[in-house]
Ligand binder design. Structure first.
Ligand SMILES: CC(=O)CC(=O)SCCNC(=O)CCNC(=O)[C@H](O)C(C)(C)COP(=O)(O)OP(=O)(O)OC[C@H]1O[C@@H](n2cnc3c(N)ncnc32)[C@H](O)[C@@H]1OP(=O)(O)O
Ligand SMILES: NC(=O)C1=CN([C@@H]2O[C@H](COP(=O)(O)OP(=O)(O)OC[C@H]3O[C@@H](n4cnc5c(N)ncnc54)[C@H](OP(=O)(O)O)[C@@H]3O)[C@@H](O)[C@H]2O)C=CC1
Length: 291
């Protein structure tokens, strides 16, 4: 199936990155959020990020102007009805995602492919509550979307071959690389990455190391581009906790129990970079560890 128009639900860090790469690849993008402020911030951020690509000679000024002209925003979910592909990238909470699909379904044309950028939630379960489980897939981009090469494609139990092949073609057009994962809690990347991050939080909780020593150890001792606590702040501590809860509940194994310190940070509203405070405090000129 040919895809030209793409609706994106949720204009947070993932939604704006996804809009950025789709617009640059020539797709018409309609970005939706519940807050006008989030939509405005997302468009301003996309503009800044593409401008940086222009200044580095990676994108031409004409291509930037064309991409920005392809991005429209709306507060009304129903406006996404006529799009060919919908990518849901709202908060990592199953009830939020289910409500979005429920509200969207009456407005969708029958051929629209529905996808979720969820980090962990069952694609089969989300799909089963829609009228088109065969046209439903997990479409999992990595953060920051304009930089990361991988897209995980997750087929639910009912996803048909045409939907899978269509999304494979989209990933190719974006210039990214697809990896297929089976539909089990947190798929591949987060099944492996998130327990490591959670273990880093336990290492902090038990006093084995400080924020600084844990991050430095993994950066200098294992060549990770970011330390695990810095990466957790970058992803969002609410999202990290949500993924650990899905692993814990879905696999029923105590080895996935979320660290109580991670829960405490989320309960404090210290969600990482997006709220200016997490394992680091970002309110000053340079990040300062909070423990
Ligand atoms: C939770 C999930 O469900 C799944 C996930 O996404 S898990 C998270 C996966 N992501 C990671 O693991 C990221 C780990 N970190 C990294 O790879 C690197 O630190 C990084 C790519 C983010 C930054 O790299 P760096 O070398 O330290 O910084 P920097 O030189 O400033 O950036 C490299 C490039 O990325 C771009 N960039 C960095 N952050 C960006 C952002 N948020 N948005 C857009 N572009 C960005 C920079 O402009 C720069 O571009 P050029 O090559 O054109 O100069
Ligand atoms: N962060 C990461 O590294 C990655 C995250 N993901 C997944 O992507 C999704 C989004 O994550 P991320 O962008 O980090 O989260 P953010 O918190 O940055 O953004 C979520 C956005 O969704 C909006 N939103 C909430 N409810 C609705 C709704 N009903 N309709 C429309 N928009 C809504 C929020 O609005 P408001 O702020 O106004 O509440 C916010 O703008 C999650 O499923 C996450 O697991 C996938 C890969 C990587």
């Amino acid at each position: 199936m040919a895809i030209q128009t793409v609706g994106i639900v949720g204009a947070g860090q993932m939604g704006n990155g996804i809009a950025h790469v789709f617009a640059l690849a020539g797709y018409d993008v309609l970005l939706n959020d519940i807050s006008q402020d989030s939509l405005d911030k997302a468009v301003a951020l996309i503009d800044r990020n593409i401008e940086r690509q222009v200044s580095r000679g990676k994108v031409s000024a004409e291509d930037k102007a064309a991409a920005m002209a392809r991005i429209r925003t709306t507060l009304r979910l129903a406006d996404l009805g006529p799009t060919d592909l919908v990518i849901e990238a709202a908060t990592e909470r199953e009830t939020v995602k289910q409500a979005i699909f429920e509200d969207l379904l009456p407005h969708l044309k029958p051929s629209t492919i529905l996808t979720s950028n969820t980090s962990s939630i069952s694609i089969t379960r989300l799909a089963s509550r829609t009228d088109r489980p065969e046209k439903f897939m997990g479409f999992h981009f990595m953060n920051p979307v304009p930089v990361m090469q991988l897209v995980e494609l997750i087929r639910g139990i009912a996803t048909d071959e045409e939907t899978y092949k269509t999304l494979l073609g989209v990933v190719e057009k974006l210039g990214k690389t697809a990896a297929s994962a089976e539909d089990f809690p947190a798929f591949i990347v987060n099944r492996i990455l998130m327990p490591m991050i959670n273990e880093a939080v336990y290492t902090l909780y038990e006093g084995v190391g400080s924020v600084k020593s844990i991050d430095e150890s993994l950066k200098l001792g294992a060549n990770h581009p970011m330390g695990p606590l810095e990466l957790a702040d970058f992803i969002g501590l609410d999202t990290c906790l949500a993924i650990m809860n899905v692993l814990h509940d879905g696999l029923a194994d105590t080895k996935y129990r979320p660290c109580p310190l991670l829960t405490k940070y989320v309960e404090a509203g210290w969600l990482g970079r997006k709220t200016q405070r997490g394992f680091y405090d970002y309110r000053g000129e340079t990040p300062v560890p909070t423990r």
